[in-house]
Design a protein around this ligand. Structure first.
Ligand code: NAD
Length: 350
């Protein structure tokens, strides 16, 4: 099969550390043939380091002049609604970081544009691609289908902030400042304080908001938010309780995110590593106690592959239509709706 020709739009921090460093080694599957970056010295440093033949000033020039099958656009999410429509209108499959964008309203427009043009927009919820999450998802789907472990009761995520870089190499840095840019404006629904809190929430805890739906396999809605902002509770469409515990404590040299999926007669527990960790998956522990045979606890050995590397493999496969993308824009829009409801609970008078 011929290699996928990729264009990179922006090679800032995440562009290099999370994405380019992973696509660059998938040499049987893809080739990074072009990059666009308005900071010329940074563009040259990165193109030289990774052997990228074509360099353009910005995404518009790349879209006009480069011959690419897909684009990886690692951009701040408040830039998505400004920049991504140009890529979707060209019908080029695109990967962006999470969240989909800032507001629900702008997200609806992005989803509509992608659907009208029939173009894939995969959103970078990398945790879905972690081998531990993939393993857990399979176990959960089997248990749900067979009913052998009873009903699903709980999805609980505990998210103490920590060292998210996890030892990854620093990105190349030319010292050039980013150009002044346009940003997606805050929502009219909220005042300044609510908007700032919403922005912080969609920047950070949106990962866990998304992971909860992934593990449930169905939608859920927020039913309670504790005023300290440590606890958000919700319920899924079939009645499963969900809880998200935010910053119960923090760590400085570790990442201790855990996810517990409880069934009546067993559980699946996942521990995830730092987002930028290199070539290490999370851990999964599966406990079964059906009351008939002796209870068992299993910890499978997983491939030594990071979530970000797996995510790159998954994007290439989705562009080739070999399997669905782990998360597309339409589902990522649901995360923004959960985030909006979370803020509505905290600011009833907005
Ligand atoms: N998945 C995670 O765990 C995780 C962790 C941290 C951050 N993020 C996400 O990453 C995003 C920030 O990404 P980043 O740190 O790479 O941002 P960045 O600002 O470092 O990089 C963006 C780059 O795009 C360039 N650029 C600007 N306009 C452009 C244009 N028109 N065409 C081409 N390039 C252009 C900028 O010069 C810059 O170099 C945030 O939205 C955040 O949510 C995700």
């Amino acid at each position: 099969m011929s290699k996928l020709r990729l264009g990179f739009v922006g090679v800032g921090g995440m562009g290099q550390m999370a994405h380019l460093s992973n696509y660059a080694v998938l040499t049987n599957e893809c080739e990074v043939v072009a990059l666009a970056e308005p900071r010329p010295q940074l563009a040259k440093l990165v193109a030289d380091r990774y052997g990228i033949p074509k360099v353009f000033h910005d995404h518009k020039e790349l879209l006009e002049k480069a011959d690419v099958d897909a684009v990886v656009a690692a951009q701040p999410y408040r830039r998505h609604s400004i920049l991504i429509p140009d890529i979707l209108r060209k019908c080029i499959p695109v990967f962006t970081e999470k969240p989909l964008c800032l507001t629900v309203e702008a997200g609806e427009k992005l989803v509509a544009l992608g659907e009208q043009s029939g173009t894939l927009h995969m959103v970078g919820y990398h945790k879905r691609s972690d081998p531990a999450m993939e393993y857990a998802k399979n176990v959960i789907s089997e248990w749900k289908a067979s009913g052998e472990l009873g009903r699903m009761r709980l999805v609980r995520v505990t998210m103490p902030p920590g060292d998210w870089v996890g030892g990854a190499d620093k990105p190349l840095d030319s010292g050039e400042k980013c150009l002044p840019l346009d940003w997606e404006p805050y929502s009219n629904e909220f005042g300044e304080a609510a908007n700032k809190m919403y922005d912080g929430f969609v920047n950070y805890y949106i990962h866990q908001v998304n992971a909860i739906r992934f593990l449930l396999g169905e939608p859920y809605a927020v039913s309670f938010v504790e005023k300290s902002q440590v606890l958000m509770v919700g319920q899924s469409s079939s009645g499963v309780c969900v809880s998200l515990e935010m910053s119960p404590y923090r760590t400085t040299v570790d990442w201790q995110e855990t996810l517990l999926i409880g069934f009546e007669k067993g559980f699946v527990r996942i521990e995830l590593p730092a987002p930028l960790v290199r070539q290490r998956p999370g851990r999964v522990i599966v406990m079964r106690d059906d009351g008939k045979s002796a209870p068992t606890t299993l910890e499978p050995t997983l491939p030594m592959r990071s979530a970000m590397r797996s995510q790159a493999i998954n994007f290439i496969a989705a562009v080739r239509k070999e399997r669905p993308a782990p998360c597309i824009a339409k589902e990522a829009l649901e995360d923004l709706k959960v985030a909006r409801d979370y803020i509505r609970f905290l600011f009833p008078s907005r």
